[in-house]
Design a protein around this ligand. Structure first.
Ligand code: ADP
Ligand code: MG
Length: 220
């Protein structure tokens, strides 16, 4: 499960520090899903960066399956992140020179050459997101919706405990958004994985499940 208590984030600035997160607490059970909404600049991406252990909080605690990633060394935290967390961003961030299959395999490269089992899983994830005939296409040969589906498969390839998606459907029309959301919900939840999606789209948030709004640095 995910247990977040009293998370705050302040950034220094020329006119004094700004408080972006101000005591955010939330818990998610295994298999739990949460949509986070809120105005631009309200700290949604900052929250996901901290939950994803990419950034440290100014204060507060994050425990993922009982582990405090910020108590670990940077190297141990990076290994934990790679093993435990999957990311989907608004811009897919696929490598332009790599095929869809190689892009999906990227997270596995951090732990050495992909095993046959991981290559199998990557291929079957691409099949399940509807790209069975696109394994060897480059990102430039795919539509926006197809690229986002590759990004979903990539986030899931190591079967993470927690999937974090930051406006994953922001570039898609409503049909594409619905398809990508459906895949995220279905694939992230397998084996009790948790899902947090930041979105501006009411339909996406409703499909994810419970919805909380980030306003003035606090989750309502
Ligand atoms: P959202 O994703 O909700 O649009 P962000 O989390 O990206 O919001 O940003 C929230 C606020 O934090 C913004 O005012 C932004 O300028 C500020 N901010 C984000 N990252 C940094 C940083 N590295 N240094 C200083 N301020 C930052
Ligand atoms: Mg953002």
């Amino acid at each position: 499960m995910l247990d977040v208590q009293g998370l705050s984030k302040r950034y220094p600035g020329p006119a004094g520090a700004i408080t972006v997160l101000d005591g955010v607490s939330l818990t998610l059970p295994p298999g739990g899903r949460l949509a986070v909404m809120g105005p631009s600049g309200s700290g949604k991406s900052t929250l996901l960066s901290i939950l994803g252990t990419l950034e440290e909080p100014t204060s507060g605690h994050v425990h993922l399956d009982g582990i405090d990633p910020f108590a670990a060394s940077p190297a141990a935290r990076a290994a934990f992140r790679n093993r435990t967390i999957g990311f989907v961003f608004q811009e897919h961030h696929l490598l332009a020179g790599c095929t869809a299959l190689d892009n999906v395999l990227l997270p596995s490269l951090a732990v050495g050459a992909p095993t046959a089992a991981v290559v199998d899983r990557a291929g079957s994830l691409l099949d399940r997101v509807g790209l069975h005939a696109r394994h060897h296409h480059l990102p430039g040969q795919l539509s926006g919706g197809e690229r986002q589906r590759v990004a979903v498969a990539r986030a899931l390839v190591l079967a993470p405990r927690l999937v974090l998606a930051d406006e994953p459907t922001g570039q898609l029309d409503s049909r594409g958004a619905a398809a990508v959301t459906e895949l995220l919900v279905e694939l992230a939840g397998e084996g009790g994985g948790m899902l947090i999606v930041v979105t501006h789209a009411d339909a996406v948030a409703a499909r994810v499940g419970s919805i909380r709004r980030l306003v003035d640095g606090r989750l309502q």
